[in-house]
Ligand binder design. Structure first.
Ligand code: GDP
Ligand code: ZN
Length: 428
């Protein structure tokens, strides 16, 4: 059965000069012929009058991409229209009357995947590229869209295939006909591969931080100026400041970009003992946020106790209210009121964030899906040497290979596709 020809607006819907409608599917050529009068030369932009019946719809730049050398692998086209809503609507209506239907989110990329133009990891890279807000995100997404992760995982799958062949040789020809070192080599190569996967899982923390951002929790006793500090760092009044202790009962979150990385700053409720159940709940949440944060700003100030401190290795000690008294040794002194010391604090935060996202050039995994797949493959590789029967060892290698295959989407991923492609925007 032929797929339906789909179309979608590939550009944003705000005020703009040009709107790009994108088409894909077997009826594309017929639709272009109807609208333009002729089928334009492939992959060459040309200005055409678009007509539907006697109605002149627009003068548009038209691009015709015959399959299979197109993004989706199908016949496709782009219509660069004047962006007036009535223009876009008229052309969309004409396309519908010619048998096309509006695309669903991610449907173009899903077709590209189904037609073998991109694998699942590359598709995710494209989705991230469309969403990229920082330069670090752009670079990482581009790397993944270009197949860096695919090549890594395919390489591993290829090595597993060789190991599996050796394992099967051991099953088919027990003892005599095979050189004895083959079994030792098999065990050694399996362990080597497992080590590479373990190292890759570690880079994942960096990759996910670049993609999703870092979480920085601001913690400390009430009234030391946590909310004031958050507002300073965010450059706006996000959190309520008051001199009544316990004003911030729940966590307040602010998103910003620092050191080219997205950060979520969390202002936690003052951590202290309290009788008030609402405030106690706030304190409980504060401690939980601090535990999950990538970085913790531990704030103190003159006169405030420095007691209950959630201990994490990456905490940055901030002494606030230096307008009242200077900071002790080992603390970064700031005044949320005057702004003094904030540059130093920002620089220190940026340095810590760069450290937490430093990849040393490796292509990192970027999603929980990747982490789960690699962990699964690793589990099978780690189990294999402990299995007595060579058949079971072979099965473990096969399962590890399958886990990798699901990551690129080369095997058994039907159930996954909705989840992956529904995260795309319409028109991609
Ligand atoms: P939080 O409870 O830790 O969130 O503290 P707030 O941000 O609500 O501030 C508590 C009180 O300290 C408020 O009255 C602020 O105006 C005051 N405050 C905050 N930062 C400074 C500062 O740098 N210097 C001085 N003198 N007062 C500050
Ligand atoms: Zn507060």
């Amino acid at each position: 059965m032929n797929p339906t020809t789909i179309f979608a607006r590939a550009t944003g819907t705000g005020r703009a000069a040009i709107a790009v409608l994108r088409l894909s599917g077997p009826a594309t050529a017929d639709m272009l012929r109807t609208l333009c009068g002729i089928l334009p030369e492939p992959r060459r932009a040309s200005l055409r009058a678009l007509r539907h019946g006697s109605d002149l719809l627009d003068h548009a730049l038209v691009l015709w991409f015959p399959g299979p050398r197109s993004y989706t692998g199908e016949d496709g086209a782009e219509l660069h229209l004047h962006a007036g809503p009535a223009v876009v609507e008229a052309v969309a209506e004409a396309l519908v009357s010619l048998g096309a239907r509006p695309a669903e989110p991610g449907e173009f990329s899903r077709r590209a995947f189904s037609n073998g133009r991109i694998d699942l990891l590359e598709a995710e890279g494209v989705a991230d590229l469309v969403e990229a807000e920082t330069q670090a995100q752009r670079r990482q997404a581009l790397q993944q869209a270009d197949g860096a992760l695919s090549r890594l995982y395919d390489g591993w799958a290829q090595r597993l295939r060789v190991l599996l062949a050796h394992q099967e040789a051991l099953i088919d020809f027990p003892d005599e006909d095979l050189p004895p070192e083959i079994e030792a080599a098999l065990a050694r190569d399996t362990a080597l591969l497992a080590e590479e996967m373990r190292a890759h899982l570690l880079t994942g923390a960096q990759g996910e931080r670049i993609r999703d951002g870092l979480v920085v929790a601001i913690v400390g006793p009430p009234n030391v100026g946590k909310s004031s500090l958050l507002n300073r760092l965010a450059g706006r009044d996000a959190a309520m400041v008051s001199d009544i202790a316990g004003t911030t009962r729940d966590a307040i979150e602010v998103r910003l970009v620092l050191a080219d990385l997205p950060v979520t700053l969390i202002d936690t409720a003052g951590i202290r003992d309290s009788e008030d159940p609402l405030e106690r709940e706030g304190v409980r949440r504060a401690l939980r946020h601090a535990e999950h944060a990538d970085l913790v700003l531990r704030v103190a100030c003159p006169g405030a106790g420095m007691e209950p401190e959630p201990r994490v290795p990456d905490d940055i000690r901030v002494w606030n209210k230096t307008d009242l008294a200077p900071a002790p040794e080992g603390w970064i002194g700031v005044s949320a009121q005057t702004g003094a010391g904030l540059d130093v604090l920002r620089e220190r935060l940026a340095a810590e964030m760069r450290r937490l996202t430093d990849l040393a050039g490796a292509a990192p995994l970027t999603r929980a899906r990747h982490r789960a797949g690699i962990s699964e493959a690793l589990e099978h590789l780690d189990t294999a040497p402990h299995l007595d029967l060579p058949e079971l060892r072979g099965e473990a290698l096969r399962l590890a290979m399958q886990a990798l295959g699901r990551l690129t989407g080369r095997i058994g991923v039907e159930d996954l596709l909705d989840t992956v492609f529904n995260q795309f925007c319409i028109g991609k």
